[in-house]
Design a binder for this molecule. Structure first.
Ligand SMILES: [Zn+2]
Length: 76
């Protein structure tokens, strides 16, 4: 019976320890990610968006597929 309490105590201690360490790690990775992303401007509507979400076509940057198609049909 003595060992049961010891294991329960160790289990709670380990749980609190992992709970305290986990958010710190994800927090720092979230904080590091945004400044690394380059911001671009859609030539059709002028909205700013991260490079990973941008649609590029013939050297022009668009925020979505619809604006790329709209600018293409309007320009030529
Ligand atoms: Zn746009």
């Amino acid at each position: 019976m003595k060992y049961l309490f010891l294991f329960a105590f160790l289990g709670v201690f380990w749980w609190l320890w992992s709970k305290r360490n986990a958010p710190e790690r994800s927090d720092s990775s979230v904080r590091q990610a945004p400044p690394a992303e380059k911001m671009l401007t859609c030539v059709h509507c002028g909205v700013h968006l991260p490079e990973s979400e941008a649609v590029s076509d013939a050297g022009q940057i668009y925020c979505c597929e619809a604006h790329r198609a709209a600018a293409r049909s309007a320009g030529r």
